[in-house]
Design a protein around this ligand. Structure first.
Ligand code: NAP
Length: 326
């Protein structure tokens, strides 16, 4: 496989984790980083041994040696950053949530397709080895008919209204930041819901800090999902089928183990080992698609990303949360 030159956009928390993951891949070269200012770009470049550091994102998009761009900025900027990267002729991996709403997502998908460029939503847990194991078990019918899915992702954020989790101008709210994970898992296992009910608690800034969701599916299956930035929870998931149930232990973003409980059978436990911090799996998946000239990844199809955004749009209409410009 060719060695791919990555350009990282933004130098915050997730960009550091992603860079750490990239350093474990021998076919990945962190070629450049773009920041809003030169000092933060230089500090990030020194930390991760990156040869080029730019004081703008545009400079990364304009560099002819960059093969693929990773977007690690707050959600509200994803649309503009991805659009600029695609217009610069770059393949793109964009952090979750992919955009603020489905309108933005559809526009980016159309742009990527029209330019024959790779684009993907960085739903990193789908590329971790456990996800394939669970998908295969479901496909084999180990649980029988899937009847019920329960999942949540909640952390207590001890931060003020300026932080991106509560800042409406940065696309704040627990739904887009945390709820996207249980929603994306429900989407992977059950598809697009036909009925959506939700209830939320709102923070002072007008964005949600706790959301409870109930989804209904054509098969009759039901999903119960939750997210919050007010409290810490187990952050796990359970799939109930007609023949048994499967538990995803530890956090759904990086599970510790899977257990399968079948009627009358002994429980089966499967460990979910990781190499490095587990962000490298999605990066490797991107490069494997680039290698074969693919413009989207079958594990995180762009139509599904749009559906996930549509689901979150509907929840936000229910709970009356909107963002500037909507
Ligand atoms: N996949 C995951 O596990 C995971 C985990 C955490 C976050 N995320 C996602 O990653 C994105 C960034 O989250 P984060 O926690 O890394 O945020 P963060 O620590 O605040 O970093 C965001 C970076 O974006 C850039 N930026 C551009 N405009 C900004 C603005 N007006 N205010 C603040 N930063 C701005 C900054 O980089 P420069 O100053 O260098 O331009 C900043 O360092 C979010 O969309 C989030 O949902 C994903």
């Amino acid at each position: 496989m060719k060695k791919y030159n990555w350009g990282i956009i933004g130098t915050g928390g997730i960009s550091n984790l992603f860079a750490q993951g990239l350093t474990t891949l021998k076919n990945a070269n962190i070629y450049t980083v773009g920041s809003r200012n030169q000092t933060t770009a230089d500090i990030f470049a020194e930390k991760w041994h990156i040869a080029h550091a730019y004081d703008s994102y545009e400079a990364v998009f304009a560099d002819p040696d960059v093969d693929v761009v990773y977007i690690g900025t707050p959600h509200i900027f994803h649309f503009q950053n991805v659009r600029d990267a695609l217009k610069g002729g770059k393949n793109v991996l964009c952090e979750k949530p992919f955009t603020i709403n489905a309108v933005e997502a559809r526009e980016l998908v159309a742009l990527a397709r029209s330019r024959n460029l790779f684009l993907m939503d960085a739903m990193w847990n789908r590329f971790q080895p456990w996800f394939q194991v669970v998908s295969a078990l479901l496909k084999e019918g180990r649980l029988g008919d899937l009847l019920h899915f329960k999942a949540d992702l909640s952390f207590r954020f001890d931060v003020g209204p300026e932080h991106r989790i509560y800042n409406r101008n940065l696309g704040g709210g627990s739904l887009l930041d945390l709820g996207v994970y249980p929603i994306a898992l429900a989407s992977a296992f059950l598809g697009k819901p036909i009925e959506i009910q939700s209830m939320a608690h709102l923070y002072d800034t007008g964005v949600d800090d706790q959301v409870a969701m109930l989804f209904g599916y054509p098969s009759g299956a039901i999903a119960e999902l939750g997210c919050s930035s007010r409290y810490l929870s187990k952050n796990n998931a359970t799939l109930h089928g007609s023949k048994g149930f499967l538990e995803i232990h530890g956090m759904i973003i990086r599970p510790e183990k899977i257990t399968i409980h079948e009627q009358g059978q002994e429980m089966i436990e499967m460990k979910t080992p990781y190499t490095s911090n587990a962000y490298q799996y999605e990066a490797q998946a991107v490069m494997e698609m680039l290698e074969i000239g693919g413009i989207e990844h079958p594990l995180m199809p762009l139509e599904e990303t749009i559906e996930i955004m549509e689901t979150m749009d509907q929840i936000r209409r229910n709970i009356k949360v909107s963002y500037p410009g909507e």
